[in-house]
Design a protein around this ligand. Structure first.
Ligand SMILES: [Zn+2]
Length: 129
């Protein structure tokens, strides 16, 4: 799936046409490329899936936890069609720091919605259905 030189192959989820692209940054989602054949945005389409990531239970510091989240966010944006991330945060400082970061990312339009699922998990919507 992943090509060399930081590039990747990505199929249009609407018509199936493959494209060779450079690896995207979710912060540039408003400038994402569109399909050569059907003009659909190549990173916006969702397969409806949810991925679970745990950023708080490997003795992470707050800084390490935020890096883990950032890496997961970019990974599932660039290489998958994931609709939402269920982030296991625990109930402490990591959760507070992540919620502050997510508040900023939502204001920027980088993530679409943030839902506090329970005291230890947050749902982050990165694509519409
Ligand atoms: Zn297409």
């Amino acid at each position: 799936m992943q090509a060399g030189f930081g590039g990747l192959e990505r199929d249009c989820l609407v018509c199936g046409m493959p494209h060779a692209l450079s690896r995207p940054d979710i912060r540039d989602r408003h400038r994402q490329p569109v399909c050569d054949k059907c003009d659909s945005p190549l990173f916006e389409a969702s397969d409806g899936s949810t991925e679970v990531i745990d950023i708080a239970h490997q003795h992470e510091t707050v800084a390490e936890a935020l890096v883990k989240f950032e890496e997961a966010l970019q990974y599932f944006w660039g290489l998958h069609y994931t609709q939402q991330l269920r982030v296991i945060t625990g109930g402490g400082r990591i959760r507070d720091a992540l919620l502050a970061e997510l508040n900023f990312l939502q204001q920027q339009g980088t993530v679409l919605d943030v839902l506090s699922e329970n005291r230890g998990a947050v749902r982050v919507v990165i694509r519409r259905e």
